[in-house]
Every structure is written in C-alpha cells, then in structure tokens.
Design a protein around this ligand. Structure first.
Ligand SMILES: Cc1ncc(COP(=O)(O)OP(=O)(O)O)c(N)n1
Ligand SMILES: Cc1nc(C(=O)O)sc1CCOP(=O)(O)O
Ligand SMILES: [Mg+2]
Length: 208
C-alpha cells in the first residue's frame, strides 16, 4: 500500500487566516509525519496558489514532510509536489493521473463506494472521503456520511481512505474504527488557539 502520512493539514485561506503560520506550527510538532495539502479558495489566482505552494514547499522540505496541491495540478508540478488532489469539479482522475505521472500521489474525493471504486480504477492512490461531519469550512457539501459512510467506502477499495469534514480529536477514534487510514483537517487546527498542541493531540489519537 502507498506510504502516506496519516495527518493531512489542508491550508485555510479564508479571509483573515494565516495559513503559513499554521503550517509552520504543525510542522514543528509533526515533522515528516505531516502531509500538507495546499488548498486555496476557488477565487484565488494561479499566482496566489503558486506563491503559497512555493512557501509551503520550503517549509515542508526543511523537515522532510510531504506536500500536495489541491485542484491545480500545474501548480503541483511547478513546485515539485508529491502529487495532487482532485474532486468532482476538477480534472477526471484518469486525466489527473496522466498529468502527474505514474508515481505521483493522487488523491480523489469520493462520497460513496461506487465513486470510490471508479476513482481507484482510474488511478487514485488515496481517497478523501466525506464530509464525515458537518463543517462550516466549505459550503455546498452534501449531508455528513459519518463513520458508517467511511466504512462503506473502506470496504470497497484497497487504497488509504482519508476522512475529511468536521474532523476533531474526539471524532478520530470512531473514524479509525470505521477503517479510515488517516484524516484531513482544516478548522480544528487552523482555528485553534494553539495549533501545534492540536496537531500533537491529533497525532496521538491517530497512533492509538
Ligand atoms: C483529503 C481531501 N479530501 C477531499 C477534498 C475535497 O476535494 P474537492 O471535492 O475537489 O473539493 P475542494 O477541496 O477542491 O473544494 C480535499 N480537498 N482533500
Ligand atoms: C475541503 C473540504 N472538502 C470536504 C469534502 O467533504 O469533500 S470537507 C472540506 C472542509 C474540511 O474542513 P474542516 O476540517 O474545517 O471541516
Ligand atoms: Mg477540488
């Protein structure tokens, strides 16, 4: 199976947020165990995405952590990311695989077993599955699927399932019990008074 970190920090670029300070804090605790997914708002320019990705790459390189780029695969290639993540509004998984090449990490969003199995057949190396729980970080999502929805996808595929959406420390045990390999987190880390402490707690929960 793919060697991939279990804790994915997805950058928070909503107005008023400071994504690089949060990435720095997270890396100070997690080091090479962290996967940072560079995600910008849909309204951001490619230049803004690139600039954030370059600075994220510098921080991750210092500690040997992995970084991925959401949606914008040309940015992923331009900054030497390990790979990218695509969903229903992005390049199809097979096309994303052609863009990134055979050895890149390619994540795909899946919310049900059928979509998940098709994404894996098309070349996804891990799946982002959710929303597990309600979230205010992203609008327009379908209702939460909970650990039961995670379990349904886990049973349909043989790649790591990364649970996303409203993930908090308290919710990690149930997600792991449902077969999740890892978690992707925005708000629980970015909104914390002490993001480094939350990262340490999440890593502890993931290692149980
Ligand atoms: C790990 C992970 N899982 C799911 C998503 C969501 O991707 P997508 O459905 O393409 O939505 P946007 O993030 O692009 O708004 C993700 N980014 N990461
Ligand atoms: C970007 C994203 N995608 C989701 C999906 O279900 O596809 S949920 C989500 C936001 C996750 O943020 P938080 O950890 O603050 O809930
Ligand atoms: Mg997307």
């Amino acid at each position: 199976m793919l060697s991939l970190g279990r804790l994915h920090l997805v950058t928070d670029t909503r107005p008023g947020r400071d994504p690089l300070t949060v990435v720095r804090a997270a890396l100070s605790v997690a080091g090479p165990d962290l996967v940072v997914q560079v995600r910008v708002e849909d309204t951001a320019s490619d230049r803004e995405a690139y600039d954030l990705a370059v600075r994220t790459a510098e921080l991750c390189t210092e500690v040997g952590a992995t970084w991925l780029v959401n949606d914008r695969l040309h940015v992923a290639l331009a900054v030497g990311a390990a790979g990218g993540h695509v969903g229903a509004d992005d390049l199809p998984v097979a096309a994303a695989r052609r863009v990134l090449g055979p050895s890149a990490v390619l994540g795909a969003t899946a919310r049900d077993p059928g979509t998940a199995a098709r994404a894996v057949t098309a070349g996804a190396s891990y799946l982002g599955v959710g929303p597990c729980h309600a979230t205010t970080t992203k609008n327009g999502l379908p209702p939460p699927i909970g650990p039961i929805g995670i379990r349904a996808v886990v049973d349909a595929v043989d790649v790591p399932v990364v649970a996303i959406g409203g993930v908090t420390v308290d919710r990690v045990p149930a997600l792991l019990a449902a077969g999740a390999y890892g978690i992707a987190v925005v708000g629980a880390i970015s909104s914390a008074a002490d993001p480094a402490r939350v990262v340490a707690t999440l890593l502890g929960a993931l290692s149980c």
